[in-house]
Design a protein around this ligand. Structure first.
Ligand code: GDG
Length: 467
């Protein structure tokens, strides 16, 4: 079997219980067939030369982990700048927050070229290469320019917006053209795949071939949805850890006579946290039986704190939590327990199990693995209820959740009330259907399907996609 080479901005150690959705999914993919994982080391070299960086190599089981340092200028332009201040907001439909600052774009190109230059000598002819996420869209075209002919696939973890939003990104023609250096482009949902194909046909004048591939710029490329999932049994296994059991027992004892709701997110403006707190405030105002009872534990783990928009959302959230607790709190009860820190992953299952409702209400999300983790962790005989934004990619699959429009705060409050009051039979029925879906579309199916289609896409002996 060909070796798998994964490239992502940050890499994880497959031997460790990782913190984030992406790291969990990729560690699993690599550990199962062996290979190489390449990415940024996380180290920034102050005053370092741009377009340069030292490599670090180590072996973890059957996986080579190779990382590269970045100079301060490269990091700020490529990562903080173009990736997180331009592409992240634009792809999450937030052009108002996008900053296409001077130098960002050049830094993004420079670091992608650097990654390609350092990676190319480590590649074998029959490797299968899998590039991840918006930081690295032009990586394949840089590798092709260096003569790499391997099969290369790309997976976008974040949403792909409709053509008019994409067309507002300066340099979008170049960005879209660079997708054609891949053999396969994977997206989270059918809606994303539809946006992508409309863009390719209308803006790049691509031709749709009878077998579903697109042809443009002298290359062909396949694009389709591969919804990412979780490893249901691995996550359920974590519930047996002493940390998880202790968390569950403590919370169940503390909230024996109250109702616990949970939200777990990175503190990102795409996750809709202020609107979620406002909906919770509306719940307390409109349905007073929830006062002195309903409690929302909201974990908002720190992320990208050097970007202004993230500092703003943090201030807004802290002020709202303070206001709601000030107005509704009692000596023995605080409606919101807000924590701005990263919890140990081993404790999360206990928290999911203790909560009778999960609030997963992003304004836009590629998929959202928290929705799937919550369902995985419920007691099948007495499951909790998932309140899910219709704008999370997960909503395309998880139709039996209570779907909400997070912009409609009164309707969201009403749906939370419905979740809190849902009879056991309905909870069981919805949960059974959701569990079946997340088992069917788990992380193993995601990886298998993507790599199978990448294998099938390139006929043996066919010329590779051109840059
Ligand atoms: C991107 C896309 C897509 C959260 N807080 C803590 C913690 N987490 C874990 C959760 C979950 C993961 O992080 C978050 O995954 P999401 O899918 O919700 O969101 P993003 O980080 O934005 O991921 C997203 C994903 O990529 C995969 O393709 O679904 O749409 O935006 O696993 O449990 N983990 C720990 N402590 C925390 O405080 N340990």
């Amino acid at each position: 079997m060909s070796r798998l080479v994964v490239i992502s901005n940050r890499i994880g150690d497959p031997r460790k219980v990782a913190a984030g959705g992406l790291a969990v999914a990729l560690g699993d993919a690599l550990a199962s067939r062996g290979g190489l994982w390449f990415g940024w080391s996380g180290k920034i070299i102050e005053g370092g030369a741009t377009g340069e960086g030292d490599l670090h190599q180590q072996r973890a089981g059957n996986v080579d982990l190779v990382t590269i340092d970045l100079s301060r200028d490269d990091h700020d332009a490529y990562y903080t700048g173009y990736s997180n201040q331009a592409l992240w907001p634009a792809f999450h439909y937030r052009l108002d927050l996008a900053d296409f600052g001077s130098g960002f774009f050049a830094g993004y190109q420079r670091v992608n070229r650097l990654f390609a230059r350092k990676l190319a000598p480590l590649l074998r002819d029959d490797d299968i290469i899998w590039v991840h996420d918006y930081h690295l869209i032009p990586l394949a075209s840089e590798l092709r320019a260096l003569g790499c002919r391997q099969r290369i696939g790309f997976f976008l973890h974040i949403p792909l917006p409709p053509p008019p939003i994409l067309a507002a990104i300066p340099g979008h023609e170049w960005l879209m053209r660079s997708f054609f250096a891949y053999d396969l482009v994977g997206l989270q949902t059918n809606a994303d795949a539809d946006h992508f194909s409309r863009f390719l046909i209308d803006e790049a004048h691509a031709e749709r071939l009878p077998d579903g591939r697109f042809r443009a710029y002298g290359s062909t490329m396949r694009a389709q949805a591969f919804p990412i999932g979780i490893d249901v049994d691995e996550f359920r296994g974590l519930a047996e850890s002493p940390e998880s059991r202790e968390t569950e027992a403590t919370l169940k004892a503390q909230y024996a006579h109250r109702r616990l709701l949970v939200g777990i997110d990175r503190l990102d403006y795409s996750k809709g946290l202020p609107r979620r707190l406002k909906a919770f405030r509306e719940l307390l105002a409109n349905y007073p039986e929830n006062r002195n009872s309903a409690t929302l534990i909201q974990i908002a783990s720190p992320t990208r704190e050097s970007v202004d928009a993230y500092a703003d959302i943090r201030r807004e959230l802290e002020s709202l939590a303070g206001e709601i607790n000030g107005n509704y709190g009692e000596l023995a009860w605080m409606p919101i327990r807000y924590m701005h820190r990263t919890w140990a992953r081993k404790r999360l299952p206990g928290l999911y199990r203790a909560a009778c409702v999960a609030l997963v209400t992003p304004l836009r999300d590629g998929m959202n693995l928290v929705a799937k983790e919550y369902v995985a962790m419920q007691d099948e005989d007495n499951p909790g209820v998932l309140v899910l934004s219709r704008f999370a990619g997960a909503a395309e699959q998880m139709r039996e959740a209570l779907l909400v429009n997070p912009y409609d705060i009164p309707a969201t409050a009403q749906t939370i009330q419905r979740a809190l009051q849902m009879p056991l039979a309905e909870r069981r029925e919805r949960h059974a259907a959701l569990l079946k879906t997340i088992r069917e579309y788990d992380v193993h199916a995601w990886r298998r399907d993507f790599l199978r289609v990448l294998d099938e896409t390139v006929e043996p002996g066919a010329p590779p996609a051109a840059a």
